[in-house]
Design a protein around this ligand. Structure first.
Ligand code: SAH
Ligand code: SF4
Length: 427
């Protein structure tokens, strides 16, 4: 496993706050005050394959692999560049395709490593081009449920957005989120994160020397809004996204990559400094009491600390807006008083608000707000000077889908497709 999940990012804060201490106490006992467990311990295990993939390794790590198979030091830099180009510009799936690499070296590489991506076990393609892939990942042993994540591609006229997962399941337990109810959790490796983009490009035939309908790339934007909390898997998400943004490879600009977090405060500023992508915050409530219930992580990092982290987010000063996601829950967080407080809270932050109609799932205690109320809320926020799109032509029918990914093979419904489209519009 690339990152130890039992070490929570809370350990990164130098001086724990009272809230930290209280929250850590409740986390250690497994339950938060309101009854919802704050964090889960990773129970999924990961054993790397005997022949590991080069996908997701840094240039230095690839050079180490080359050293191990006897490639002379003076050749390594050039060889790494060649491999990088074949993997990330041309999308080569075998060493045999890499014709500029010597035959001997290709044979040697084949004995020890691969350029494998995650295994695609199901693919659903809707009539409008939306695609959903179910990916199976290695697990520790045969007794464990298969480790699966989903990855969704949403084409639009001016872009194509890929919704990428960062964990199998999620460490956190937001009360309105289906992924949060899954027990199995493990962090994805950097290779499994980059691998999702590789799979999408493979399936869409979206590599440099292959034909795409308009001659442009199809996957142009990435949102880390699939399963999992990306900032609980910081190192792998950082390493993976830096590879995705590397302009000698996949080359998706950092402005076109959005990382969504439920508010892992110590890692927000780090994300700005070490990754530098666009930030989205799953806010969902403007009072601590309510946010403690909806996003139990709030007990550890309350709203005031979260807002400060947003003000400190390094990339925000670069004329980049932070997106605040706000799920509309009937009678819970959707009053005009909530809208008023929201506007007050965001004062001084270069922000945009994404209102997401709640997507119900079996057994949930929440309902989606009435369409009228969503419109009133949106109007209030808009009149206060914030862009607040509710991107749906079908009102209450819209469902936010990225938060719903649940690793089951099922048809992508029209409602899910609309919801995904809403999630994709992050700028
Ligand atoms: N874990 C990260 C990213 C994945 S979730 C995060 O929470 O930000 C992507 C978005 O979908 C988040 O804003 C999440 O709060 C939202 N979401 C989760 N479940 C939802 C539901 N049932 N209906 C609407 N949005 C939901
Ligand atoms: Fe995890 Fe995000 Fe769902 Fe919360 S909303 S449980 S952080 S995936």
């Amino acid at each position: 496993m690339s990152c130890c999940m039992t070490e929570t990012p809370g350990n990164l804060s130098t001086i724990p706050t009272e809230t930290d201490i209280a929250a850590n106490r409740t986390a250690a006992s497994g339950m938060a005050d309101g009854g919802a467990p704050l964090e889960k311990i990773a129970i999924g295990t990961y054993v790397p394959p005997a022949k590991p993939s080069l996908i997701g390794l840094s240039r230095a790590e690839i050079a180490e692999r080359l050293a191990a198979i006897g490639i002379p030091r003076e050749q390594r830099r050039m060889r790494v560049q060649q491999l990088w180009h074949w993997m990330y510009v041309r999308g080569a799936r075998t060493f045999a395709e890499m014709t500029s690499v010597s035959k001997d070296m290709r044979a040697e590489l084949e004995k020890h490593v691969t350029v494998d991506r995650p295994e695609v076990v199901a693919e659903q393609i809707s009539s409008d081009g939306t695609r959903k892939w179910l990916l199976r990942l290695p697990s520790g042993n045969d007794l464990e449920k298969p480790h699966e994540v989903e990855c969704v591609y949403i084409p639009e006229t001016d872009r194509g957005t890929l919704c990428v997962s960062s964990q199998v399941g999620c460490t956190l337990n937001c009360s309105f989120c289906h992924t949060g109810t899954q027990r199995l959790v493990r962090n994805l490796t950097a290779g499994e994160i980059v691998g999702q983009i590789m799979v999408a490009r493979d399936r869409l035939n979206d590599w440099a020397d292959r034909e795409t309908p308009h001659g442009n790339r199809l996957v142009t934007n990435i949102v880390m809004m699939g399963m999992g909390e990306p900032l609980y898997n910081f190192d792998a998400v950082r390493d993976g996204l830096l590879i995705v943004a590397d302009n000698e490879g996949i080359g998706i600009s950092k402005r076109r990559i959005t990382l969504s977090t439920s508010g892992v405060v110590p890692n927000i500023v780090r994300a700005g400094e070490e990754i530098g992508v666009m930030l989205a915050i799953s806010l969902h409530a403007v009072r601590d009491e309510l946010r403690d219930e909806l996003v139990p992580l709030n007990r550890k990092y309350p709203i005031a600390e979260l807002m400060q982290a947003c003000r400190d987010y390094p990339a925000a000063s670069n004329a980049k807006r932070i997106t605040f996601e706000y799920v509309m829950l009937k009678g819970v967080n959707d009053s005009l008083e909530d809208a008023r407080r929201l506007v007050k809270l965001l004062k001084g932050i270069h922000a945009k608000i994404n209102l997401i109609p709640f997507n119900p799932w079996p057994g949930t205690r929440y309902e989606c707000s009435d369409w009228d109320q969503i419109e009133k809320f949106s109007e209030y926020v808009f009149n206060a000077g914030y862009s607040s799109p509710v991107r749906t032509p079908r009102g209450r029918d819209i469902l936010a889908a990225c938060g719903q990914l649940k690793s089951e093979t099922e048809k992508l419904s029209a409602r899910e497709r609309q919801a995904l489209r809403a999630m994709a519009m992050t700028d």
